[in-house]
Design a protein. Structure first.
Length: 308
């Protein structure tokens, strides 16, 4: 493959990563003992952002995700996440692909949420509340509309214009959708919830339904938070909390700030392997912090001849 053919922009990267295939590839990756994922490096930047370097490999490919996260870009014309995912052949060292980093991040994160909901959601049909109407909010609408056939979305955002754009996008997918002014009040109506904000403060503090599944993806450092303390403690007492990986013990700001002991909580691999099952009663909270393994799963999908 020539260098001219390996660089995929946002549209081509999205086309190469269907959500249902990504969810399946994520489950397969968690069952693969040949996967190696070193700890990610996070370096502070002068502008208040961070540089993330995230490697991972299996027996055939190695990836390095290199992105910047600049939370002050939220609400501007500049994206909060910028960068690339480099994909190499482990035998020849050849660069196989360069994927658009923000698109990979959005789609693989939503696919991981989709996989968790498939396995854990008590009532996966919805309606679904989306808190945060940026790229992650859009990817979660797309993933759950495609993967679980959700037909009704309520969208809450600090920007009404952004919420309206996401509502129109959901409607273009054949779903019913509305702007929601009070996210806490919407919890009484929605069995599925995704919080997809820059995690600069609590955006959801009401009590979820007993059949609720919440995926919280915005907070991935100890200082970030989207969910209120009472909400987290309520789910911990009456339902089930699952993290995406064991490394969430140092990263899950929502849970850490709620005073919960994250060490020992089940993670997604436990669910995939069958050692953790959905509770018969009570809400489920899936806390996603991110992992380069998810990007490796995305690279596997993108390299399939049928992808794109």
């Amino acid at each position: 493959m020539s260098d001219a053919a390996v660089l995929l922009g946002p549209t081509d990267t999205a086309s190469a990563l269907p959500y249902t295939e990504l969810a399946d590839a994520t489950a397969a990756l968690l069952a693969d003992p040949g996967v190696s994922v070193p700890e990610r490096q996070v370096l502070p930047l002068a502008g208040g952002g961070s540089l993330f370097v995230m490697p991972a490999l299996d027996g055939q490919i190695a990836i390095a995700k290199i992105i910047t996260f600049t939370p002050t870009n939220a609400g501007t014309s500049r994206p909060s996440i910028q960068g690339d995912v480099l994909v190499f052949d482990t035998t020849t060292g050849e660069r196989r692909l360069v994927l658009h980093g923000p698109t990979v991040t959005a789609r693989r994160t939503a696919a991981v949420s989709l996989l968790a909901a498939r396995l854990l959601a008590p009532n996966p049909s919805g309606p679904m509340l989306i808190v945060g109407a940026g790229e992650q909010g859009q990817s979660h609408v797309e993933a759950f509309a495609q993967g679980l056939k959700v037909k009704e979305f309520w969208v809450h955002s600090r920007s009404r214009a952004s919420a309206l754009r996401l509502v129109r996008h959901a409607q273009s997918l054949g779903a019913q959708a509305w702007v929601c002014d009070d996210a806490d009040a919407a919890l009484a109506h929605c069995s599925l919830v995704a919080t997809c904000t820059p995690a600069q403060g609590v955006v959801l503090s009401g009590m979820p339904r007993t059949d609720a599944f919440i995926t919280a993806v915005g907070a991935f450092t100890p200082d970030m938070v989207e969910l209120g303390t009472d909400l987290c403690q309520h789910v911990h007492s009456l339902g089930l909390i699952v993290t995406d990986t064991p490394r969430a013990t140092d990263e899950a700001g929502d849970l850490l700030q709620a005073g919960l002991t994250v060490v020992g909580m089940p993670c997604l691999a436990d669910v995939v392997h069958g050692t953790c099952q959905a509770p018969k009663h009570g809400p489920v909270l899936f806390k996603s912090c991110g992992w380069a393994g998810w990007d490796l799963a995305a690279a596997r999908v993108a390299l399939k001849p049928s992808a794109g």
